[in-house]
Design a protein around this ligand. Sequence first.
Ligand code: G3P
Ligand code: CA
Length: 269
Amino acid sequence: PGSAAGPLGLGGPVVYAHRGASAYAPENTLEAIDLAMRLGFVWVENDVQRTKDGELVVIHDDTLARTTDVEQLFPDRKPWKVKDFTAAEIARLDAGSWFGEEYAGASVPTLRQYLDRVQRNRQRLLLEIKKPELYPGIEEQTLKVLGEAGWLDPRHVSQRLVVQSFSADSVRIVHGLRPDLVTAFLGTPPVADLPRYAEFTDRINPWHTTISADWVAAVHGLLGAHGRAMEVDTWIVDDAATARKVQEMGVDGIITNAPDVVREAVGGF
Ligand code: G3P
Ligand code: CA
């Protein structure tokens, strides 16, 4: 089932380590992508937001409370929004202890630090621009940082990087700025609306509970922004039965906190 080409023409299904191997290490940390590498996973997913002083950082929630010790260090700064803290303040936070004492001292990485590590690990990146409505201009800024870190070289940009967002506007902006970059829209547009998305993106990435084999086939039936059949990467699938179910539906990739469980169930890389 599914298209033979797989994401980026590499053959599928691709198994993406969501926020790193986040079932086993604190999400969106360098430790989580290192663990994904040790488990043998090439593709990692992350979430990018921006600090008060304009540094891009890798974190999922728009507040620091759930995944750091910010409440102890800065008790008076409720509700601890990422955008209200400087990069230097965020660098002081412990982003590992909440998950397990063995990860005490892990930090919230800047995007630059994160890209360096992904590159050093020879991994590939599904980068999510998170809550772009909070961060005007974050699309252009993200591309600038990617470019400075060597990720936009036309010779391999389409082999190791996908930029995704729940915001269609954000995906459209990224596509307009760098038409050679592979992008994905996070969501499940109705079949009738899919051709509109095909104008500016290559992949549609839905929550697994929202899809059917017919919907996946409808996506596959369209040519995306780069003239190839559009593809589907679904999330968050952490158990074998669901992994097999979405594979039956024909998805091209599975985004998971437990990549080892998914690979054991459906293969992939
Ligand atoms: O990559 C898909 C997934 O990350 C989307 O949801 O909330 O985990 O960023 P979320
Ligand atoms: Ca994400």
